[in-house]
Ligand binder design. Structure first.
Ligand code: URA
Length: 487
């Protein structure tokens, strides 16, 4: 080995292959430890050069680079730009004095590194999606060959995936830069090939075409997105691609035919439920004339409730549940998403917390009546989700008609207001729940109202210790409710 030439010396590094990362790594280590500046090196690919003229690693020194760098560099090394060897060395050079460099997303070199990695990863993904094997030979001679044209030097990096996926097959993937061959036992990376080296057609092609045709949904065709996922350059090697132009051309008509074949959309579920229970679209006041002498009759009447506009978007009325003669009525705010679908109060996440704590307090949910201040789910649509929205004072007031009837028929000796909306409904005025929590307020009609928080408050606490503390406080409240029920 030649003695180290320092600083101004000019070095030529000859790598064994476009993908010779270990050769690059070894050269970069020697050069960086000998403080050879990036501008003093030129990088080339020269197969079989067996280079011996790079400086030795000086004794007693070590090159320290962040572990991440090697991972990033290995991927970016596949990027098909001849400047990548010098670029990665420049990064290595900078890392010696800027150890946090990799985390500076605004740095132009880091942005370039990210772009390179992204392109390589995308290419890897495309190869996994679009390699199509063609069968050659039969019996012992059977093997599968594919032709693929990646943008970057990814064959070596991607081969392990194909070995895992097609372990039981003998296959070869040919690309212009390299080929990968799996004989069922051993993977060999060989030289590049030309398209003509791969067979043109086989029986599996018809299968691919049939499959593609059957999964193609004309109504969901987004040509741009499809071309992004399946860029045109890959089409020529995909058996099913011959169908694409015709399928796209006919998509408009096919979508129209599909719509014409579709059954008429039924009325939304809630509209059907409402129509069943309120067929004549009577005014809300008509309800007051309906004599409901039992909770079940009241529940039936409430199915058609239109006392406020919330019925329009909700699925159904969620009425109270529990025995007619319950000693206590728990009042929540309004049904949530799951309650709206199930038609039952407190069955969703807040309901689960509530149930568990009632259980711990040895209050049997089967023996208590559980209802809500507002009986329809109020929400804001956000994408496909329905986000809970707090009912306003008018909606609470409109629903008092129902809750008063529930109290009239059940005659409990205690009411539990779970949160501010319930307290507003039961007491007719807003009260500070956190301040008055644990207190009993006696109404003019003699009903005792116990004030506590809504169980969803516990759900919203992130910090585990705080969550547990709040759960314990709610448990104490429920134990007090149990004592009050007996009084
Ligand atoms: N929150 C409520 O207030 N009531 C329910 O029924 C469910 C969640």
């Amino acid at each position: 080995m030649r003695p180290a030439q320092l600083d101004l010396a000019r070095y030529t590094v000859r790598l064994d292959a476009e993908t010779d990362f270990s050769g690059w790594r070894d050269a970069a280590r020697r050069l960086a430890l000998n403080k050879v500046r990036p501008d003093d090196i030129s990088w080339h690919v020269e197969p079989g050069s067996n280079q011996t003229d790079l400086p030795d690693v000086p004794a007693g020194v070590q090159l320290v680079v962040p572990r991440d760098f090697v991972e990033h560099a290995e991927i970016a090394f596949c990027y098909s730009d001849p400047g990548r060897f010098a670029f990665l060395y420049r990064l290595l050079w900078r890392l010696r004095t800027e150890p946090k460099l990799l985390s500076i997303a605004s740095d132009p070199d880091i942005r370039r590194l990210e772009t390179m990695e992204k392109a390589v990863r995308r290419d890897i993904h495309k190869m996994r999606a679009f390699v199509r094997f063609r069968k050659i030979g039969d019996g012992d001679e059977e093997r599968y060959v594919a032709w693929f044209e990646p943008d970057h030097f990814i064959v070596e990096r991607n081969s392990a995936f194909f070995v895992r996926r097609f372990t039981g097959m003998r296959w070869t993937i040919l690309t212009p830069h390299a080929s990968a061959d799996w004989d069922g036992d051993r993977l060999a990376i060989g030289p590049g090939a030309v398209k003509g080296d791969a067979p043109a057609q086989d029986d599996t092609e018809a299968l691919w075409r049939t499959y593609f045709e059957s999964i193609f949904n004309p109504a969901r065709l987004k040509v741009k997105a499809m071309q992004k996922e399946m860029p045109k350059k890959y089409w020529r090697n995909l058996p099913e691609a011959s169908l694409i132009p015709d399928l796209i051309a006919g998509a408009d008509k096919a979508a129209k035919d599909m719509i014409a074949r579709m059954p008429t959309t039924p009325a939304p579920y809630h509209a059907r439920l409402q129509a069943k229970h309120w067929p004549k679209n009577e005014p809300a006041e008509a309800l007051e004339d309906q004599a409901a002498n039992t909770i079940s009759e009241l529940r039936e009447a409430a199915k058609g409730c239109r006392r406020c506009p919330l019925w329009r978007d909700a699925t159904q009325t969620v009425f109270g549940e529990g025995p007619d003669g319950a000693k206590v009525i728990f009042v929540g705010e309004q049904p949530g998403d799951q309650e709206d679908l199930a038609g039952k109060p407190f069955v969703g996440p807040a309901g689960k917390v509530f149930d568990a704590i009632l259980d711990d307090a040895e209050v049997d949910r089967q023996k208590v009546y559980v209802t809500n201040a507002v009986k329809h789910f109020k929400f804001e649509p956000r994408g496909k989700r329905r986000i809970h929205s707090k009912p306003n004072a008018g909606e609470v007031q409109a629903c008092r008609w129902w809750i008063d009837k529930e109290f009239e028929l059940i005659k409990p000796n205690l009411a539990v207001a779970l949160g501010a909306t319930a307290a507003l409904s039961l007491l007719g005025k807003a009260i500070p729940v956190t301040k008055m929590r644990g207190q009993v307020i006696e109404r003019e009609d003699g009903l005792r109202v116990f004030i506590t928080i809504h169980p969803s408050f516990i759900l919203r606490i992130q910090e585990p210790a705080d969550k547990e503390a709040e759960r314990q406080r709610f448990l104490q409240d429920m134990k007090q409710v149990k004592r009050l029920m007996a009084a």
